[in-house]
Design a protein around this ligand. Structure first.
Ligand SMILES: C[S@@+](CC[C@H](N)C(=O)[O-])C[C@H]1O[C@@H](n2cnc3c(N)ncnc32)[C@H](O)[C@@H]1O
Ligand code: SF4
Length: 402
């Protein structure tokens, strides 16, 4: 990412200060819960009737009070709010913190919106990706989304600001496609960050690989790490990848710091500890007292949690390349030979291997389920297919910009 040496230092020191003062490192402003998509793994999707929303200046005030290191504009789909530019401008502090990230499904992202958001103070565009091909559109239930992204994302990346990042939530359905998605990120000219599925959003653990798949998951993770070591554009550290693996094996990671290291602002301005636990509070201090102190939930390890719960030592170790790159600008990433891409993700140490990909557990064959029909199929255990329930409306809501 395009973080200058000065900003990296500010991040480090504000991070340290907030940690000591029990203030959040990351605040996610869910500025609307309406969404242009209706993803299989998410509780949002479609319009939300009568949603109570704050104005730009109110979010700005909350952001000033909490003084996070990183501020996310998320949702729902944040670009569905027509006043997102005012919201970003109100919170941003050009050249200073917070680091402003917009988290989007990119359904309405284009170069014009990219420039308007940048001008409003957005530092990073975190674009969600679930599959390296049309399955992404099916999973998100937006026909043509992958095709659209294959034009827009490389176009934005080619502008050369190093501010577009792909964000992949690892699930039982897509883990085998991770190497292919890394190849795709390299082709599109973006880095890739991983997160991990939580069953909490839909009370559905079918996105978690069953025990019989874990050896396979481990092999894929080893390949991802080999690719990272060989210079492929993977942002997630090896240590965090193995914590994700531990989350899949143990089905929980204790010690959650929701409400302390990170928290979420609902569209109406109330505070919740995370996107999954709807325990509303008016102030962070109340949340710390009433929720965080007694919290024993361990059912998610999404990347926000993984990145904000790091010790200072882990933070430095995980970001050494980034930190050195920002203070020593001549220190460049290893270059990947894109001509070595085979398009099937069979890459080891940056070079193709002869191994064939394992059979994809998801959306293959004639009975592969219709995304718009509201029911799809997924491997609930190795080779066994189970029906995914309809989540949210079956039809696409279209453009929800308000
Ligand atoms: C809720 S979305 C909101 C922003 C935007 N609509 C998007 O999709 O990027 C933020 C992130 O949460 C992820 N997400 C959704 N459901 C999830 C789940 N069950 N477990 C983990 N991450 C999930 C999405 O893949 C996305 O990257
Ligand atoms: S994960 Fe999908 S349904 Fe959920 S908010 Fe993002 S785009 Fe919408």
């Amino acid at each position: 990412m395009n973080i200058s040496g000065g900003l990296a230092l500010q991040m480090f020191f504000r991070g340290l200060r907030n940690t000591i003062a029990e203030r959040p490192l990351s605040v996610s402003f869910e500025i609307t819960h309406a969404c242009t998509a209706n993803c299989w793994h998410c509780n949002w999707g479609g319009p939300v009737k009568g949603e109570k929303r704050l104005k730009a200046e109110d979010y700005a005030r909350i952001c000033r009070d909490l003084r996070p290191v990183v501020s996310h504009l998320s949702g729902g789909e944040p670009l569905a709010r027509g006043d997102i530019y005012d919201i970003a401008r109100g919170m941003a502090n050009p050249g200073q913190l917070p680091w402003m990230v917009v988290v989007t499904n990119a359904s309405s992202l284009n170069e014009d919106k990219y420039w308007r958001l940048k001008e409003a103070g957005i530092n990073q565009f975190s674009v969600s990706l679930d599959f390296p091909d049309e399955r992404h559109s099916e999973f998100r239930r937006i026909p043509g989304l992958f095709e659209k992204m294959s034009h827009v994302i490389p176009q934005l990346a080619a502008l050369g600001h190093n501010d577009v990042l792909l964000n992949v939530c690892i699930t039982a359905w897509n883990y085998r496609a991770l190497p292919q998605m890394i190849e795709l990120a390299a082709r599109w000219g973006t880095p890739m960050n991983f997160s991990v599925y939580t069953p909490l959003r839909l009370s559905d653990d079918r996105g978690m690989p069953v025990p019989g798949l874990l050896d396979d998951v481990r092999r894929v993770f080893e390949r991802v790490i080999a690719m990272k070591r060989a210079g492929w554009p993977v942002y997630t550290s090896e240590r965090v990848m193995w914590k994700f693996f531990r989350f899949f094996t143990e089905r929980g990671i204790p010690g959650c710091q929701a409400g302390r290291r990170f928290l979420v602002i609902a569209p109406d301005g109330r505070l919740t500890p995370c996107a999954m636990v709807m325990a509303y509070h008016d102030t962070q201090r109340a949340m710390l007292r009433e929720f965080t102190k007694h919290n024993t939930c361990d059912l998610c390890y999404i990347s926000t949690r993984a990145n904000t719960e790091k010790t200072a030592r882990d933070f430095i170790a995980d970001n050494l390349d980034l930190l050195l790159g920002s203070v020593l600008p001549w220190r460049k990433r290893k270059k990947i030979d894109l001509t070595a891409l085979r398009g099937d993700g069979q890459v080891e140490d940056g070079k193709p291997t002869g191994a064939e990909p394992a059979e994809s557990p998801w959306l293959e064959g004639e009975d592969a389920g219709s995304p718009d029909g509201g029911e799809g199929e997924a491997a609930g255990s190795a080779g066994r297919r189970t029906r995914l329930p309809t989540v949210g409306p079956a039809s696409r809501p279209g453009d929800l910009t308000t």
